[in-house]
Design a protein around this ligand. Structure first.
Ligand SMILES: [Zn+2]
Length: 349
């Protein structure tokens, strides 16, 4: 048993934004895109002096523990344990006689470890991971059997996977040294040793700029644990559109589709279309809009409110540059392009 009243007292000092970072919640300053509803404008606010959060749309909020509970669907106690683990707060097992909670004060009160979250993305390390991340059996199963993506598309996008996190950590430490590996934010350290920021097993989606240089990566969890986030970016890494390299390789007359999320983008590419993706919960930045504006743009908005909003938002932003995006309608019964793609494949054998 753990004396939650005592541990909670210590957890309340953890800066709420650091908790958000640990949870992989993308935020801009004190606001974030709510992870509980389809949020296209940041409606989740953080109060950094009280260490609280609140979504004004969902009307939900609370402290660090409730943020973890909501995000990871954990019980109160498990959320406390998760926080203690991530912020190096030691909770000894019950000694059967007297419960004690020892907290490494220096860790909590000493400035939050900005080295994890504010360092620029280590592009070289990400490129190394991408070039060494062979597709595992479950990745192959997901990409080709379940999603029916075309192997050439997967290869061109340099999609990889991580299945053995220990092996990867060891390889990174060997190649880049421990200090740089930890500084990258990809590998983290707690009482028990080193662990990977990304939940594994997972796919790796490299993000490139229009010249094809890798600038970031996103993972998609492939395991069965319902308590871990499905898609993850490194905390505080700024993210543009996915597959931007395609922009330079097509003429202005060719159609370019813009999708909501990576998986629809890969389905679009597999169907023979050109596509870029707006990763979920990401603000459309002006540089990307400007790059897209001269293109012959198309979109199949998802058949939900969020899809409509994204289309509208994108249209408005393109309008500023005198550009537009053509809206296409998904057939009845298809909620997004991935649905439509799979249906077409099954119909055509
Ligand atoms: Zn909300």
């Amino acid at each position: 048993m753990i004396r939650i009243d005592i541990i909670k007292d210590k957890l309340k000092d953890i800066p709420i934004l650091k908790v958000a970072d640990e949870l992989g919640i993308t935020h801009k300053g004190k606001s974030a895109w709510c992870f509980m509803h389809d949020d296209k404008n940041p409606s989740l606010g953080f109060n950094t002096s009280k260490n609280t959060w609140k979504c004004y749309v969902c009307d939900k909020g609370g402290d660090q523990v409730t943020l973890v509970m909501e995000k990871l669907a954990l019980s109160y106690i498990d959320a406390c344990k998760w926080l203690a683990d991530r912020f190096n707060i030691i909770i000894p097992e019950d000694d059967g006689y007297r419960r004690r909670v020892i907290v490494k004060k220096s860790v909590v009160q000493a400035k939050p470890k900005t080295k994890y979250t504010n360092s620029p993305v280590d592009v070289e390390m990400i490129s190394w991971i991408v070039s060494h991340a062979q597709l595992s059996d479950i990745a192959v199963d997901f990409l080709y059997k379940q999603r029916k993506y075309k192997p050439m598309v997967v290869e061109n996008l340099r999609i990889g996977s991580i299945s053995d996190s220990t092996k990867l950590i060891n390889a990174l430490v060997k190649t880049f040294g421990i200090e740089r590996t930890i500084k990258s934010g990809i590998v983290r350290q707690n009482m028990r040793g080193l662990y990977l920021f990304f939940c594994t097993p997972c796919l790796i989606f490299p993000y490139s700029d229009i010249s094809g240089n890798i600038v970031n990566m996103q993972t998609r969890y492939l395991g069965t644990d319902k308590n871990v986030p499905r898609f993850q970016f490194l905390p505080n890494s700024s993210t543009g559109l996915f597959n931007m390299a395609i922009v330079n390789s097509i003429s202005v007359d060719e159609k370019l589709f813009v999708s909501e999320g990576i998986t629809d983008c890969i389905a679009l590419l597999s169907s023979g279309r050109n596509a870029v993706a707006i990763p979920s919960a990401t603000l459309l930045n002006d540089a990307d809009i400007k790059t897209l504006a001269p293109k012959n743009l198309f979109m199949y908005p998802d058949k939900d409110e969020a899809g409509e909003r994204l289309y509208k938002n994108l249209s408005e932003k393109l309008n500023v540059y005198g550009s537009m995006i053509m809206r296409l309608q998904l057939p009845e019964g298809c909620k997004d392009f991935s649905d439509y793609y799979l249906r077409q494949i099954s119909e055509n054998g």
